[in-house]
Design a protein around this ligand. Sequence first.
Ligand code: FAD
Ligand code: UDP
Length: 366
Amino acid sequence: MYDYLIVGAGLAGSVLAERLASQLNAKILLVEKRNHIAGNIFDYTDENGILVHKYGPHAFHTNSLKVSKYLSNFTGWRFYEHRVLVNQHGKEYPFPVNINTLNMLYDLDLKNESEMQSYLDSVRIKKDVILNSEDLVLNNVGSDIYQKFYKYYTLKQWKLPPEKLSPSVCGRIPVRFNFDDRYFTDNFQYIPDNGYTKMVQNMLNHKNIQIAVNTDYLNVIDSVKFNKIIFTGPLDLYFNYIHGKLPYRSLVFKYEYHDVEYYQKVAQVNYCSIPPDFTRVVEFKHLTGQKAPGTTIAKEFPVSEGDPFYPIPNEENNRVFNLYKKEALKIKNLYFCGRLADYKYYNMDQVVARALKLFEKIAGRI
Ligand code: FAD
Ligand code: UDP
């Protein structure tokens, strides 16, 4: 008899399993349909001895002291600030857009915030109301940068033009009025020093947590006894798609090993035109700091079918999600948590914060 059946051994399910076991002495069965723990942050050493992220590049960043302190119980850290270049027909530009990007693109000599502001004021297309990602980008940087950096990358990634996506999607990328070319500016930017999988293993290393990988919860739900369920898989799946399917975007990763020390200058190079069909090329050694004579890269090809990686934030999908959420609220002893179950474009730190909060609620502490 378990106190909790937790579905999904990603970050959300693992944080909850750890907290409930270590703080409330609860007995947990954690089921995961994949053949490994850690969900989308899973990393492993490939056949060439290179530590790779199986589901895309994962750069941890947060401003939450609570989250970084919590995870520090399970891992040491390696300082890492993510940097991204955009490759436009062979030329590389720093991204997010900053003063250097504009200087390189237009052969300018902008020197400070006010010069950049004046330049952008001369090209931006002012919108009184920002209804979608296209409005947001045009309003910030105007049409040329929109075409060169955002429109086609977004079309590839989402199979939707930016005007069909909520402003929050392209709004993830700031515009910098200085020379800062880091992808994130959070206070805490570190990668687990022995990898993400090891961190999750340490979280789950508790006598009260039993883990079953290769196990779809549908195959055990009638045979195991438990009091409560925490579900971190897709919400529409839980309700057998009664309100229709919530769409997700997926990716195909094509790995290549190269006999050179480094393949590219930074961990991530984005390709913002069509062709190519891929959106970005990721080189893992930059993220992990591993030293080796060769290197592994992955090209990311967005697709509609496959593992559900990205909820698609727009009005229609939010409407359907709310129908499911109403169903969820009707059921006692059932909790939903995580990027798939909340249908939210969460970063890792947001998932940890969400799971810690749910734990406090379950424990009656808030
Ligand atoms: P998941 O990791 O998806 O875990 C859910 C688990 O539930 C999965 O393992 C799944 O197999 C399992 N499951 C589903 N259905 C069932 C079932 N029926 N039975 C049993 N198990 C089931 N965040 C950052 O902060 N920085 C980054 O750089 C970053 N890069 C990313 C790059 C990519 C390509 C992607 C896709 C995401 C990235 N993220 C990044 C986001 C990060 O991966 C997520 O926020 C986090 O991993 C979500 O954790 P989760 O537990 O909610 O979901
Ligand atoms: N984006 C873009 N061009 C880029 C990078 C991002 O148009 O070079 C847009 C695109 O819609 C993308 C969104 O901004 O999906 C969020 O980008 P982010 O890098 O945060 O995506 P993630 O790492 O989550 O895949």
